[in-house]
Design a binder for this molecule. Structure first.
Ligand SMILES: [Zn+2]
Ligand SMILES: [Zn+2]
Length: 279
């Protein structure tokens, strides 16, 4: 059973619910660990079409205070006490390593998710369906390569604990992505990145968020998870919930998916400590 959901957002970025409502859902789902990982504000120039930077920057102290309060007074859920972890989802952005390094130290975090949402200055995963629909196979493939090249640099930075939604880049072009993924060059790039992940001491997130997106597929896809299994990578599970309804979404499916590749445990990070739980 997966009893830890380590990736969640609130109304302080572009989520729908308060930290308290998200935690209530975690109790109701019988989780033993619930990790809040609000987005980190991005520097100017890295903008989504529906940008939420102002809301986030204004409310970040509220987020930190409310999560810290929940963490200080854990409550009983369906399976006993549910502990709260205070994390953040960090963006890996071109040329912004110093900004990111400073942001990682802004609060006393339990752990950090490392994510690539931008290729150059293009936020590829939000309101970009039309852009993707107009791309040829080759144009898609150049973006997959750029994504995993950035992903590898993110993994090598040593700044983060968990590699979030590993193949997020497939979100609006899953057919083309699988064609790309089948080539030996793509596998070699992925294997190099996943080896960097292993050597960095991070874990790889297995996320149900993709099931709620147009790709209709768990992050990461089976060929990526097969490579991760070959390398014996630590894995963590997450819903990337943006509302209380999403908390622990699809976890039974995530568990059987991971078990089918031989995974037997999952990893949670708490203030530099690595906790392993049976799956
Ligand atoms: Zn993300
Ligand atoms: Zn997220």
């Amino acid at each position: 059973m997966i009893r830890a959901d380590i990736h969640a957002h609130t109304l302080y970025s572009h989520g729908k619910d308060t930290p308290q409502a998200m935690y209530a859902a975690a109790l109701d789902k019988g989780l033993e660990i619930f990790g809040f990982t609000e987005h980190c504000p991005r520097p100017a120039g890295f903008d989504y079409r529906n940008e939420y930077r102002e809301n986030l920057a204004r409310h970040l102290p509220d987020y930190a205070r409310e999560v810290t309060e929940l963490k200080a007074a854990p409550r009983e859920g369906k399976n006993g006490l549910c502990r709260v972890l205070f994390g953040m989802e960090m963006d890996w952005l071109d040329g912004q390593e110093e900004f990111t390094r400073a942001a990682c130290r802004a609060y006393d975090f339990d752990y950090l998710l490392g994510s690539v949402h931008f290729i150059g200055h293009w936020g590829f995963d939000d309101n970009t369906q039309k852009d993707w629909a107009a791309f040829s196979q080759e144009e898609c493939e150049s973006r997959y390569t750029a994504y995993f090249t950035a992903w590898e640099a993110m993994l090598r930075s040593g700044l983060f604990n968990v590699a979030a939604h590993p193949d997020l880049i497939k979100i609006f072009s899953v057919e083309q992505f699988h064609i790309w993924l089948a080539s030996p060059e793509s596998r070699a790039l992925l294997k190099r990145a996943l080896t960097a992940l292993r050597d960095s001491g991070m874990s790889m997130e297995i996320s149900s968020a993709g099931l709620r997106k147009p790709c209709c597929e768990i992050y990461p896809a089976p060929p990526v998870l097969a490579l991760a299994a070959e390398l014996d990578l630590p894995v963590s599970f997450a819903s990337d919930a943006h509302s209380a309804l999403d908390v622990a979404f699809g976890f039974a499916r995530l568990a059987s998916y991971a078990q089918s590749f031989g995974f037997k445990e999952y990893t949670v990070f708490e203030k530099g400590r690595t906790l392993r739980r049976p799956l």
